[in-house]
Design a protein. Structure first.
Lengths: 112, 113
């Protein structure tokens, strides 16, 4: 079936460290891929997205590239800040048909 | 503000009781999703409705049910509540468009005592 697998957390980094959160997917066809972020006490909000292979989504210093050959959409940021502490969810819409599926979430804590 | 409204924000109830959670999607969005977020279990997809009809079902217990009304608002009914049902319940909506994101409400925090 259609699913997303993302790296287990929690992840703890020091400020200005490099961040990678791995995400791989299983889907037929050409899904759209998303990263959502959930700050403490809030709902999820879209961080970035990519709708076709080789697209790069970017926002707030975060980037992810849609890799069809490796079925991956890894999230990266070159220098994390304390304010990036949150839970990050990878998601896909398998048929571009609003059938959204989420990964389990990865909790990131950034220490000063 | 995502445009998705969930009520109530907090709910405390006793085991064995029944509650109804309400979601108003963004104007014009036909798809509504319900998710359960427990402390250590990430985001569990429960059910999706599209324009009043059930579209997909996830890990939803038989004690739980949902519906989407003609005005597109949705309700999630939880019955015979157990302590383990304590969680944050999110509703999300999305438009029918390629690459469209889902917009989440602030959630309803349910505490079963």
């Amino acid at each position: 079936g259609n699913s997303v697998t993302q790296m287990e957390g929690p992840v703890t980094l020091s400020e200005e460290a490099f961040l990678t959160i791995n995400c791989t997917y299983t889907a037929t066809g050409y899904p759209s891929l998303f990263w959502y972020v959930q700050y403490p006490g809030e709902g999820l909000q879209l961080l970035l997205k990519a709708t076709k292979a080789d697209d790069k989504g970017s926002n707030k210093g975060f980037e992810a590239t849609y890799r069809k050959e490796t079925t991956s959409f890894h999230l990266e940021k070159g220098s994390v800040q304390v304010s990036d502490s949150a839970v990050y969810f990878c998601a896909l819409d398998p048929y571009n048909n609003n059938d959204m599926r989420f990964g389990a979430g990865t909790r990131l804590t950034v220490k000063p | 503000d995502s445009g998705v409204t969930q009520t109530p924000k907090h709910l405390i109830t006793a085991t064995g009781q029944r509650v109804t959670l309400r979601c108003s999607p963004r104007s014009g969005d036909l798809s509504v999703y319900w998710y359960q977020q427990s402390l250590d279990q990430g985001l569990q997809f429960l059910i999706q409705y599209y324009n009043g009809e059930e579209r997909a079902k996830g890990n939803i217990l038989e004690r739980f049910s949902a519906q989407q009304f003609p005005d597109l608002h949705s309700e999630l009914n939880l019955s015979s509540l157990e302590l383990g049902d304590s969680a944050l319940y999110f509703c999300a909506s999305s438009p029918r468009r390629v690459g469209a994101e889902a917009f989440f409400g602030q959630g309803t925090r349910l505490t079963v005592v």
